[in-house]
Design a protein. Sequence first.
Length: 99
Amino acid sequence: MPSHSEGFGISVAEAMALGVPVIATDVGGIPEIVRNDENGIIVNSEAPNDLANAIEILALNEDLRNKFSKKGKEYILSNFSREKMINELELLYDELRRK
């Protein structure tokens, strides 16, 4: 996801939820989703060579692709599932109601 500007990065989250290894730029909310070298690769949005290098690294390293696929999917499903989001909204509404 070589964006120069991004909000949450829903397409990044969707790709990760499907088990697709992700390379994305360090803009908007993407660094909150992609943990560099843990569940994907984050590159500088102003450094196209970094993006090219990251693509080459993943293309040549099946173990790393598999790691990012697994870790990315786990992260999204545990942090952004429908149930979790509904529970967090309910907690927020309850908190706002008490104020």
